[in-house]
Design a protein around this ligand. Sequence first.
Ligand code: MG
Ligand code: MG
Length: 265
Amino acid sequence: MIYLKTEDEIELMRAANLLVAQTLAEVGKAVKPGVTTAQLNHLADEFIRDHGAVPTFKGFPNPYGGPFPGSICTSVNEVVVHGVPSEKTILRDGDIISVDCGTLLNGFNGDSCYTFMVGEVSEEVQHLLRTTKEALYKGIEAAVAGLRIGDISYAVQTHCEAQGYGVVREFVGHGIGREMHEDPQVPNYGRRGQGKQIKNGLCIAIEPMITMGTYEVYMDPDKWTIRTRDGKPAAHFEHTIAIHHGKADILSSFEDIERMEATRA
Ligand code: MG
Ligand code: MG
């Protein structure tokens, strides 16, 4: 069942997503060699609660095991998604870290992810990050009223596969609203003209999870951490969007992060 949102609901979604954007920017400022993912988690948790929201990921149920222990997902290098923040995971120069964040504010959810570079990252890995972010925007461009979910999927997949990268199959984007995960699913692979039709009021998270090698993944014994089968790095960028006046209105934002990255470069 797809819940199309009203104008008022889209504005509530925007507020939740802008808080996610601010949280990711705060976390991004703290990303540097020597920092633990537990420290990043603590910072995010406090920031979200100080702004009157709840970190949705904390305690998120797991069909395979216990609830998610962190308030953000911190996925380093070959970890694709759902990395669990830990005092044992210390960032090193040359790492990448995908920080996925969700907030619940005034009854609506925000969800966005950004892959940060730690210190100096190889050109090869930077290219993976650039391509994944570009694929996200290609998907967003295809999110037009009258087209179908498969048009988004196709745009993401073809952009990444053209560079020889893997498109993860097991995890997909999703509808979002009062629930973190609503219908429809938004895969990062698929065919043009297939799937549910895109309509005004549709709110979805588009989130390419792209690997440098094989797209095959496996789960750690912790029942959360998802790694690439070949140990090669993976990138993950995510925006929540609403279809508004026929086209995509991006509710989350990378603006603060990108401004910060530009001053670091
Ligand atoms: Mg997310
Ligand atoms: Mg998501």
